[in-house]
Design a protein around this ligand. Structure first.
Ligand code: SF4
Ligand code: SF4
Length: 186
């Protein structure tokens, strides 16, 4: 994936297929993650669908432990409708910035990348025979503007990995973030 500004590039446009809104749970190394939410976004969903996501502190039982982000626990978003998203005007930042996603790379750096499972991009990749897909920069401008808000969460937990925790939806328990990081990122 590369961003360019020429007429041969892919003009990115969401196809409204709903795949990204109906497969929101991700399991890795025994940890289940849901749709990430910034602290001010929890009211977009029913209270019973919200769980904490990232927390900072020595121990989740400590009184000073701070929850800095939340997650929605369902695989299928309750806002998804056949015609699209019924929360479109106030949908979470992670939905606004998609298909941009932050990835933790070697040296604990946050790297901006595209989620190639997005149907619009997967289709484009087929056209380019699995090679680098040139995307029209102006067609992902809005998503790029929101992305820093989403990335700031990942950046914050990486500032002090030894005091960062993630709430595992599978077990209902907090997991030290250090235990979730792939070994090649340290
Ligand atoms: S997977 Fe991609 S194309 Fe489909 S709804 Fe989500 S953003 Fe749009
Ligand atoms: S809030 Fe809207 S865009 Fe976000 S996952 Fe739900 S249906 Fe999809």
């Amino acid at each position: 994936m590369t961003l360019v500004e020429n007429e041969d590039a892919v003009d990115y446009k969401c196809l409204n297929c709903g795949v990204c809104c109906e497969s929101l749970l991700h399991d890795r190394q025994g940890v289940r993650k849901g749709l990430p939410l910034l602290p001010g976004e929890t009211e977009i969903f029913l209270k019973s669908h919200i769980r904490p996501a990232y927390g900072i502190g020595s121990n989740p039982r400590d009184p000073g432990f701070e929850v800095i982000a939340y997650q929605m626990r369902l695989a299928h978003c309750p806002h998804r409708r056949l015609g699209g998203c019924d929360a479109h005007a106030y949908r979470p930042a992670v939905c606004r910035s998609y298909p941009y996603i932050p990835v933790i790379s070697h040296g604990l750096r946050v790297v901006k990348t595209f989620d190639m499972t997005c149907t619009a991009l997967a289709g484009a990749r087929e056209r380019y025979c699995g090679g680098m897909v040139p995307v029209l920069q102006s067609s992902v401008q809005t998503e790029a503007e929101i992305y820093p808000l989403v990335a700031s969460l990942t950046e914050r937990i990486l500032m002090d990995v030894s005091h960062s925790w993630f709430y595992n939806l599978r077990t209902g328990r907090w997991v030290p973030l250090a235990r979730m990081l792939p070994p090649d990122t340290h």
